[in-house]
Design a protein around this ligand. Sequence first.
Ligand code: PEP
Length: 254
Amino acid sequence: MRIPVFAANWKMHKSGLEAMAWVREFALLTRELSADAAEVVIAPPFTAIAVAAEAVRGSHLTVAGQNLYFEREGAFTGEVSAGMLKAAGALSVIIGHSERRRLFGDTDESVRRKVAAAHGAGLTPIVCVGETLDERERGDTLAVLDAQVRAGLDGCSGDQIGALILAYEPVWAIGTGRNATAVEAGDAHAHIRRRLREWFGGAYAEHTRILYGGSVKPENIRELIGLADVDGALVGGASLDAASFASIVKKATS
Ligand code: PEP
């Protein structure tokens, strides 16, 4: 059985103090949630990771980075390595978010190197894939997903595939208020799982958690989480407010 994962991607929002207040509020609102019902991950900006990691200590929450650079150390001004994230208290890291791909030059090759760096440091990669609106309208969705999954996970062992997390995030659904329909999300998730089985073997592919991301809200989580291959959600806007994220997690697990 795959334990669902709910990940809050705060993007460029929240100071350390705000992260602490969020964790306090979320913990209160979800105190009935059993630890095996769901894994809950928060991804603050780099500057709040250490404080957030301290704040979640002893709770069922864990902390993720939003990105990393694949080198271990060196003259890379402004970058943060996998080992640094780990040392700051992160257990996982988002890789290849469409905003990184679109605005900051992430490619399938840099995603592959970042995934390898995350594994090297003992971090769980949360690898984002998804098509743009143009690609969907041209009928290229599944081909885009194939290319991103294949290239991004190239070199991973079966065990690593089973332990990592994928996030299907149609680019046109991120921050737009327009989520994928159940049919669109269901097709994409089933396709990704099928490919994981073909490429890495069914025994591993059954363990990989595939999250849906793109305008997830308390109002639409039930329908999405009900789909066979949807194993949780990566949430941006609706995760900034602890109450709304708590409502998503509670609705998905009740
Ligand atoms: C995201 O940034 O990963 C995301 C899914 O954002 P939103 O929930 O705001 O669409």
